[in-house]
Design a protein around this ligand. Structure first.
Ligand SMILES: Nc1ncnc2c1ncn2[C@@H]1O[C@H](COP(=O)(O)OP(=O)(O)OP(=O)(O)O)[C@@H](O)[C@H]1O
Length: 233
């Protein structure tokens, strides 16, 4: 792991990243962006602006067709909650099994270690989910499932959590609870990259904002973004 030259303290750096799905679909071009340790960065843009494509490049699900992505943390230290995961078909697995399964890439034995089970229990307590541990995922509400998937993505103790519109389909209270939880995790040192259409949440919780329309339109402190919007910070 070498230190980035152009972006001190970056955990991930994108240099001139572009993505063409085909000769006629250039989804992204000239993206230069750094994610920093401890950041809470919100990724904004209109429908079709390229947000999900950019996130998929960052997590390594898509390869950029131009430019490069540099990782200064272990790739396993990145957890990703994609939009698609919120629409999982009903699954018979229990909450406990689903949360533990998030540790599988760290686990080489057939059984889960005592340490992992203790951490899973702590996460369920912290996320107020312990009372649901024996329930089947198929019996839970959308907000409960979202919190469980969050616990699943936290069990590997990531340094960076990437979420794609985590409030989609949640009611006001479940959304507020989820945002508060993310803010607490960020205060404890977890770096967050969140795709969002929820401008109120961005104003309240984000530290920095990156706005794209195939390429970067704005990247910086949310306070400057507010000023660009004509709002008071
Ligand atoms: N698999 C694909 N094949 C071809 N084109 C794609 C593919 N996925 C996305 N696109 C196109 O790339 C562009 C960016 O899509 P992307 O899903 O990244 O945007 P987005 O900002 O996440 O949109 P939304 O807010 O609607 O989710 C769009 O024009 C989209 O139609």
């Amino acid at each position: 792991m070498s230190d980035p030259n152009t972006c001190p303290n970056a955990i991930i750096e994108l240099k001139n990243v572009g993505l063409a799905y085909s000769a006629s679909i250039q989804a992204l071009h000239d993206i230069n962006l750094c994610l920093h340790q401890g950041d809470y960065l919100c990724l904004l843009g209109n429908n079709g602006a390229g947000k999900s494509s950019l996130v998929k490049i960052i997590v390594g699900l898509l390869c950029p067709t131009q430019g490069s992505v540099h990782y200064y943390i272990d790739r396993y230290a990145i957890s990703y909650l994609p939009q698609e995961s919120y629409h999982l078909p009903s699954m018979p697995a229990s909450v406990w099994e689903v949360v533990l399964s998030g540790s599988q890439h760290k686990q080489h034995a057939f059984f889960y270690s005592k340490e992992i089970k203790e951490y899973a229990r702590k996460l369920l307590i912290d996320l107020d989910l312990l009372h649901l541990q024996h329930r089947s995922m198929s019996q839970l509400s959308g907000g409960q499932k979202r919190r469980i998937l969050l616990a699943r993505s936290l069990i590997s103790k990531p340094k960076l959590l990437i979420l794609d519109e985590p409030n989609a389909g949640l009611d006001q209270q479940a959304t507020a609870d989820l945002y508060q939880l993310l803010a607490n995790l960020n205060e404890q040192g977890l770096s967050i990259l969140m795709v969002s259409h929820d401008q109120d949440a961005v104003k309240k919780y984000a530290k920095n904002v990156v706005m794209i329309d195939k390429t970067i339109q704005f990247w910086g402190s949310k306070h400057f973004w507010h000023l660009n919007q004509g709002d008071k910070p």
